[in-house]
Structures are given as structure tokens and as C-alpha cells.
Design a protein around this ligand. Structure first.
Ligand code: NDP
Length: 604
């Protein structure tokens, strides 16, 4: 098996102009006039793809509620659980969590596809390890362990008693007369909450390609976030034995498909992988946790490790790489070098050129790995990504490329027709060729960078009935990303005008702790409401924009994807973040708390 790592040594001659030309050509082949609009929401006739929960054993019966509660948290994934845990630590007990799934876990509840694994170092990713005395079994945890950890948090913090599962929020409306949020749900609830924390994660709503025929297909079909094990057999470890006599199509080759394809390939009678843009598939190298290393850990180790990871990915100085994996390798070589040189006053144009050369080398290594692994020359050519590393989310897997050496696996490169064109009653059409199949699995991703309203999926109306989505129509308006003027006592955990980290759970935890602090302070100070003042909000927006390093040119040169709004404009997912990074942002918030004056917040 190829490691891919060794390929760094073979730094072939780089013809920068030829690579730039090739990248442009490959991008242009994929650009579509409809951009983000090519995807459809799982609503109306397509709602079944999202609403059916294949994992619940019993549908919970309960009467509609009109309860009053101090804090409602929407979402029982890591961010919602962390919000509840941190609020409890801050002395706030009267909490209600509302969760659509049948248990905790959020993305790890829904995404139980075979091979599902977190590709971030588990010792950084799984929260509250020290608090709960738990140590992950391996460097990269699989979904079962992550889901169990969610349940561990739920039990340890007493969250099961305060959670309504199988409940979807329909709308949040601020009631100025009673200074409470009113929350309606699909269960007919009308809950009154003093504070609301919206904690939906970044990939809570799946999406489908807007191609004709999805409803007409007469075989079996589902999205990867609703894996149908009744149909496939097996479990998250694979062994999908019921597919042995089936022709299966999987559409998409993003981070999800990279993990699921090896299992489908091992079990399906025939597998057709419909790829539009190849992913960058780097070396994984999972390994069991070393008990000797565990014994060496000192209290505070997890925070230290997360900070170390945060420093490395933002190019801040660090003395050693504690995580030391393919992520930190990429960031050390592509980001840190650039940031350090800029800080040392090197000409930005020179730095950009160096970063581009390092990127070419990295991607050459990724492409060399394809050649080393995939025997079929045509398939190998199609599997090579021709774009810069951070145009799309990097992926890591040691079995995906190997799957294409199996005789039952066919790669269908759909780039000539800019993706799958349609479904018929019996198959999938790409490049005007129909592939008859029994089952279609949509691995087509989530509402991550589509319109904010689509990502949230329910109404949020503040003072005077003002819609949050209208108020934010031309961009986020927040203080520190967590709250917005006109939406009293409402808090948001996610990617807004805050710092982004690929280690999302750490980022969510930091945000949760800050919000818990604010809510506790509002109560301690005897106030009823809290919201940012308009000047503070404007100042924060100005700060974000002043510090931002334009990545528009970079993103515009990228192949389309959710990082660049499907190629329509610059900005995209990373358009409004605090550029100095997660650790600098946390320092800023810590300083804000230490000042003790709740600067920029109006307490009413
Ligand atoms: P993605 O959005 O990354 O991938 C969607 C895939 O569907 C792409 O390959 C896309 O092609 C393809 N696609 C869309 N429309 C069509 C079409 N009409 N025809 C053919 N192909 C099409 O979704 P994923 O679920 O893979 O991943 C989403 C995110 O979830 C990841 O980026 C990551 O952040 C997270 N994740 C994290 C994991 C972890 O280990 N921590 C594991 C799995 C997911 P194209 O690229 O051309 O648009």
C-alpha cells in the first residue's frame, strides 16, 4: 500500500505555468451558470430524504407543551450539548434541548454510513475528554465511538432528562410583551424561553442535486446521512451483504463518499461511482492509542493540544507539533510558511509565489499517490485533482483509491456533462449514457454555504417581527459572531463572524463557554435582556473586514465547490471570519470577559 508521504521526496520539476493552465481548464469545464442553485432542498416531494429517520426504534409520543424555560438550546449535536454542559457549569439549570434526531450526536447521529470516521485527531476532536476521563481508542475515531461519546456526555451532564428528541423547531418569534422567545415545533409546542441558543452545527441539512427524475427512480435511493441498513445489510463497519446481488450507484466523491466507497466496493455486486470533481485523497495512517503516551499526559493536556493544533493551522509560532498528522503537515507547509514570511516582512507577492509552489508540490504528491495506487490508467487520470489544496476540503483515506482496482467497481467521470444529468425509472444518466442500477446513494453533501435561511431551515423573527434572514440578507451583523441587535437573548453557535477551525468541536466549545458566561452575567446583573448595540456591531464588522486577507483571487481560481459558492463569486464559506484565527479570537474573548464590563452589549 502506498503511503503518499514518501512522495514529498520526489519533488518533480514543476512547470508552474502548465499547472496553472491545467487548473484553469479543469475549473472552466466544471463552472455552471446555476452555481449554488443547482442544488435543491429536501422539501416538498423530496422531504422524505431528510425527514425519514432510519435509526429510531420507537416514535416518542408526547402531548404538545406550553412550558416556560430559562434557556432553550436548539440542536443536540456537539455544539448544543456543549452549550448545555457549559451553561450547567455556569449555574444555569433550567434548560430544554430540542433535537430532531432520536438521540444525541447531531451529525454523528445522522451520518452512520459505513466507514464514517472523523478525520481530525480524536484527542483534539472529542470534547470533554479530561472532564469525563475518557480516552479515544484510536487516533481517528469511527462514528460508533463518537456517537457513544455523545451519549456519555448526555449521561454525565444529565442532558437526557432535559431533551425533547424527535422534535423539529418550526419558528422562533420574539415576544416583546413578555420578553420571551416563543418556539413552535412540529409537535405543536408553544414554548416560552428567556434565552435561545441556536446550535445546529454546519452540516445539519442535507441537499440533493436539482436533476430531473429523482422522484421517478423506481429502485431504492437514500442520502448518505440516512443510511438504510435494512436495505444494504451490515453496519458502520461495512459487510453490506444485502448488496451482493445489486448494482449500486453512489453520486459524489466528497469526504463522505471517500469513506463509504471502500465498503460499497467490498460488498456490492457492481458499484458505479459517479464523480464530478475528484477529491484530494491523502494518507490516513490511523493507529491505536498508545497507553504509555496516555500515562505521560498532564492535566490540561487537551486544551494545550487543541491550542497547538490551532496555532499550527493559523501559522502562529509553535515549539512542537503535538498532533503531527496529514492535516498539520498540509498547514505547516502551505499556510504557516506563508504567514511567517509575511510577518517577517517578506514581499507579499513573493510569499504568494512560494505558497503556490508548495501547493503544486503537495498536489503533485497527491496525484502521484493516485498513479501509484490505481492500476487502470483511465481511472487514475480521472481521479487526479487539478486544483489547489484548499479549493476543496482535503480528505484522508487508505482504501478509497484501492477500491478502483476491483473488477466490480466502475468510475464514471461525469465532468463532461457537468455532473449526473438525470435519473430514469431504472438508472442514472451521465454523459448521455444510462447506467441501469438497483440503488442510488446520494453523497451530495449539505447546505453548508447555501443561503443562510436554507442552512437553518426555520424562521427566526426578532423584535417587531424582523426576520433574521432579511436582517442578514447582505451579510452577518453580529458582535463576535454570537448575537445580533434586534434579536434579544438569542445566541448563535456556528461559523459566522468568529474564527473558523477545522477542529469544529473545539471551536463550538469555546463559543459555548463564552455564551454561557454572558447568560450567567445577565442573570447575575439582574437584567432581563441582552443584545449587541448597533455601534458595537458595526465596529466588529469593521474589525473583521479590516483584518481580512482577501482570498477572493484564490477562490475564484478554484474549481467550483462549497468553499467558493460553487464558483459564482469570492467569499464563500470563509468570507466573514476573524482572520487572525481561533487562538487569537479566544484570546480576544478572554480579554473581553476579563474587562468585566460586557462591552458592546446592552442589558435591558
Ligand atoms: P460534499 O459537498 O463535500 O460532496 C458532494 C459531492 O457530490 C461532491 O463530490 C460533488 O461534486 C458531488 N455532486 C454534487 N452534485 C453532483 C452531480 N449532479 N453529479 C455528480 N456529482 C455531484 O459532501 P460530503 O457529504 O462528502 O462532505 C460534506 C462535508 O462534511 C465535508 O466537506 C466535511 O466538512 C464533512 N465531513 C467530514 C468528515 C470528517 O472526517 N470530519 C467526513 C465526512 C464529511 P463536486 O465536487 O464536483 O461539486
Amino acid at each position: 500500500m502506498s503511503t503518499g508521504m514518501g512522495a514529498t521526496d520526489r519533488q518533480a520539476e514543476i512547470d508552474a505555468e502548465a499547472l496553472r493552465r491545467k487548473y484553469r481548464e479543469e475549473r472552466d469545464r466544471r463552472l455552471r451558470a446555476d452555481g449554488e442553485a443547482q442544488y435543491v432542498e429536501m422539501a416538498g416531494k423530496l422531504a422524505r430524504f431528510a425527514e425519514e429517520d432510519p435509526y429510531i426504534e420507537t416514535v416518542i409520543e408526547r402531548a404538545p407543551s406550553t412550558e416556560e424555560v430559562e434557556v432553550v438550546i436548539i440542536g443536540g449535536g456537539f455544539s448544543g450539548m456543549l452549550a448545555a454542559a457549559r451553561l450547567r457549569e455556569a449555574g444555569i439549570k433550567d434548560i430544554r434541548i430540542i433535537e430532531a434526531g432520536g438521540d444525541f450526536g447531531g451529525t454523528w447521529y445522522w451520518n452512520r454510513y459505513p466507514g464514517a470516521q472523523c478525520d481530525i485527531d480524536a484527542y483534539c476532536y472529542l470534547p470533554l475528554l479530561e472532564e469525563l476521563g475518557y480516552m479515544p481508542k484510536e487516533k481517528y475515531s469511527y462514528v460508533t465511538e463518537i456517537f457513544e461519546h455523545c451519549q456519555r456526555i448526555g449521561n454525565a451532564y444529565g442532558l437526557y432528562d432535559i431533551t425533547w428528541f424527535q422534535t423539529r423547531v418550526h419558528a422562533l418569534n420574539w415576544d416583546e410583551d413578555i420578553k420571551r422567545w416563543r418556539i413552535s415545533t412540529n409537535r405543536g409546542d408553544d414554548i416560552k424561553a428567556r434565552f435561545v441558543v441556536t446550535a445546529l452545527g454546519t452540516a445539519s441539512r442535507a441537499k440533493l442535486p436539482g436533476i430531473p427524475g429523482i422522484e421517478d427512480f423506481e429502485g431504492h435511493s437514500f442520502h448518505t446521512s440516512r443510511w438504510d441498513y435494512d436495505y444494504t445489510g451490515g453496519d458502520t463497519n461495512g459487510n453490506l451483504h444485502k448488496l451482493a446481488d445489486k448494482r449500486v450507484a453512489i453520486i459524489g466523491t466528497g469526504a463522505t463518499a471517500i469513506q463509504a466507497v471502500p465498503h460499497l466496493a467490498a460488498s456490492a455486486g457492481e458499484l458505479f461511482v459517479f464523480q464530478r470533481t475528484p477529491s484530494s485523497v491523502d494518507y490516513r495512517g490511523n493507529k491505536p492509542t498508545d497507553p504509555e503516551w496516555v500515562k505521560s499526559l498532564q492535566p490540561g493536556w487537551q486544551r494545550e493540544r487543541r491550542q497547538n493544533f490551532g496555532d499550527i493551522v493559523m501559522g502562529r509560532p509553535f515549539s512542537q507539533d503535538l498532533v503531527n498528522d496529514a492535516w498539520t503537515d498540509i498547514f505547516r507547509n502551505l499556510v504557516a510558511v506563508g504567514v511567517t514570511n509575511l510577518m517577517q516582512g517578506m514581499d507579499p507577492a513573493k510569499v504568494a509565489e512560494m505558497a503556490e509552489m508548495a501547493d503544486f508540490q503537495k498536489m503533485n504528491q497527491i496525484r502521484a499517490r493516485v498513479d501509484e495506487t490505481v492500476q487502470n490508467v483511465e481511472a487514475a487520470e480521472a481521479l487526479k485533482p487539478w486544483y489547489r489544496q484548499f479549493c476543496k476540503r482535503p480528505t484522508f483515506n487508505d482504501h478509497f483509491l484501492e477500491a478502483f482496482n476491483r473488477p466490480n467497481v466502475t468510475l464514471v467521470d461525469t465532468s463532461p456533462s457537468k455532473g449526473v444529468q438525470r435519473l430514469t425509472k431504472t438508472g442514472v444518466v451521465a454523459n448521455d449514457i444510462e447506467y441501469p442500477v438497483d440503488c442510488v446513494i446520494f453523497s451530495t453533501g449539505f447546505e453548508i454555504s447555501t443561503a443562510f435561511k436554507r442552512r437553518i431551515g426555520f424562521e427566526i423573527n426578532g423584535r417587531g417581527g424582523q426576520s433574521l434572514f432579511d436582517y442578514w440578507a447582505d451579510g452577518f451583523k453580529t458582535l463576535h459572531g454570537h448575537s445580533s441587535n434586534g434579536f434579544p437573548n438569542w445566541f448563535y453557535i456556528g461559523i459566522s463572524q468568529n474564527a473558523l477551525s477545522v477542529n469544529m468541536t473545539a471551536m463550538f466549545d469555546d463559543q459555548a463557554q463564552h455564551i454561557a458566561y454572558i447568560i450567567a452575567q445577565v442573570k447575575a446583573r439582574g437584567a432581563t435582556t441582552v443584545e449587541p448595540t448597533v455601534p458595537a456591531q458595526q465596529e466588529w464588522i469593521a474589525t473583521i473586514r479590516k483584518l481580512s486577507v482577501s482570498n477572493e483571487a484564490f477562490l475564484n481560481a478554484c474549481t467550483p465547490g462549497y468553499y467558493n459558492n460553487e464558483g459564482s463569486t469570492g467569499g464563500g464559506l470563509t468570507g466573514e471570519i476573524y482572520a487572525p484565527g481561533i487562538n487569537a479570537f479566544n484570546d480576544l474573548l478572554a480579554e473581553w470577559r476579563a474587562q468585566g464590563d460586557m462591552a458592546g452589549l446592552h442589558l435591558g
